[in-house]
Design a protein around this ligand. Structure first.
Ligand code: COA
Length: 419
């Protein structure tokens, strides 16, 4: 079985690429789904320094392009990045909620491991801002179990609020303790995000303008500036509604070593699925399936949490950054919040978390998020960080934990620099 490495990657600018007419409510697209996708694909192929003809197959990760933009059947559009070179190549779209492009990456890896393909392309994309908030909330709720959740008015902030309440109750935290932990995570991601030139909330953005770089700054905001969204989660606990795309070229490690001086390999992967409806689960204080995915990936890579030198985790809501940090065993169960409060996981920690700014600050174009995590870590690992770098040099071993739905679709990858 061939081992698989990253040959190139590209992340578009993340943001809200629309103009809103305040009087009429009309929304005009300023950077389309098609432009984002094409830019990411061409950027990744150029970064890989290959002829696009060398791509054998293409996977597109996107959660709900039909609802967000009316465009389903998105796989074939990938051909348009290089119509002559790509025409007739196999393409398919993969959906796994907010882990859609990690699912696309896993499928690409299987394609290479099987020996059928040598070099493949994965692109993740989501164009969310053509809809107003109510439309976005409705589209995202499709990733819940519709009959008992979405159809009953349950939203994603609401689902993760259940995790926040479960965590608070299980570990006996006061409201103040929980708030301190969650705002510390938000502030860390805002600090990291302003160093990331591709971030949605980058330099000069809302977090920067309002100086939201400490837990106190967020706690002391007036209610109207940080309203409750789903108790106990407030606006600044929620990830952003973002437009963006990211793409990767993957190939065999053998070929990558011939083509590039710095090579990053998928040393281990984990993929598990939790039951879709939260009512069918008991442990609303931990990512039970996420932990199993971590175990799979760590076992395959032959590593433990102590070996990780950076991680990108799924902070769709600040509470989930705590759950992911514990799932990766970077913190003991119930201790992640205090670890963040104590200043761990910052850029000069042994293992910084979300150097990119995470979903809270880099942004969360849901179908692009998994691919983006990989591009940002890849660039860190080959010594070309986009924005903030780990203080102690380029990391050699890193991990992603990308979560689709309410802890349902879990993808973990361990990346290792092998050359
Ligand atoms: N975090 C911080 N600030 C945010 C924000 C967020 N998530 N979302 C919007 N804002 C800011 C905007 O920049 C704007 O600031 P300004 O007044 O200074 O310009 C202000 O809040 C109002 O923006 P608006 O777009 O009207 O906010 P909203 O109330 O419509 O949306 C949420 C807020 C929380 C509902 C929306 O961001 C959301 O749904 N986030 C979660 C997305 C999600 O569930 N993803 C899937 C996860 S599994």
């Amino acid at each position: 079985m061939s081992s698989v490495s990253i040959l190139g990657g590209y992340n578009t600018q993340f943001g809200s690429f629309v103009q809103r007419n305040k009087e009429t409510g009309e929304i005009t697209d300023t950077k389309s789904l098609y432009e984002l996708m094409t830019e990411a694909i061409q950027g990744a192929v150029q970064d890989a320094q290959i002829d696009p003809k060398e791509i054998d197959a293409i996977w597109v990760g996107s959660f709900a392009p039909g609802l967000f933009t009316n465009q389903d059947h998105l796989g074939p559009f990938a051909l348009e990045a290089y119509p002559e070179a790509f025409r007739f190549k196999p393409t398919q779209r993969v959906e796994g909620a907010c882990a859609s492009s990690s699912m696309a990456i896993l499928n690409g890896i299987y394609g290479i491991e099987s020996g059928r393909y040598k070099t493949i392309l994965v692109v993740g994309v989501e164009k969310m801002n053509l809809l107003k908030t109510a439309g976005v909330t409705h589209a995202l709720a499709g990733a819940s179990f519709w009959p008992t959740e979405g159809a009953q008015g349950m939203t994603f902030p609401g689902l993760f609020a259940e995790y926040a309440k479960g965590y608070q109750k299980h570990y006996g935290l006061s409201d103040e303790q929980l708030q301190k932990m969650l705002t510390t995570v938000a502030a860390l991601n805002y600090r990291n995000g302003i160093e990331n030139p591709l971030a949605h909330f980058g330099k000069g953005g809302p977090a920067d303008r309002n100086g939201l770089f400490t837990s106190e700054a967020i706690i002391n905001m007036p209610d109207e500036k940080n309203p409750m969204v789903a108790e106990p989660l407030r606006l600044h606990d929620c990830s952003l509604v973002t437009d963006g795309a990211a793409a990767l070229v993957l190939t065999t490690t053998e070929l990558a070593k011939k083509k590039k001086s710095a090579v990053v390999e998928f040393a281990g992967i984990g993929h598990t699925t939790e039951r879709l409806a939260t009512k069918d689960r008991k442990n609303m204080h931990e990512l039970v399936a996420g932990k199993q995915a971590v175990n799979q990936a760590f076992t395959e890579a032959g590593i433990g949490a102590k070996d990780l030198q950076a991680a990108e985790v799924h902070d769709c809501f600040t509470i989930n950054q705590l759950l992911c940090t514990e799932a990766l065993s970077l913190s003991q169960d119930g201790k992640a919040g205090q670890d963040y409060v104590d200043g761990r996981f910052v850029a000069d920690d042994h293992c910084p978390v979300n150097l990119s700014g995470g979903l809270k600050s880099k942004g969360h174009p849901v179908g692009a998020t998994g691919a983006s995590m990989h591009v940002l870590l890849y660039k860190q690992m080959i010594g070309q960080p986009i924005g903030l770098a780990r203080k102690a040099g380029s990391p050699e071993v890193t991990a992603t934990l990308n979560v689709g739905g309410s802890g349902v679709t879990n993808s973990v990858t361990v990346l290792k620099r092998v050359q």
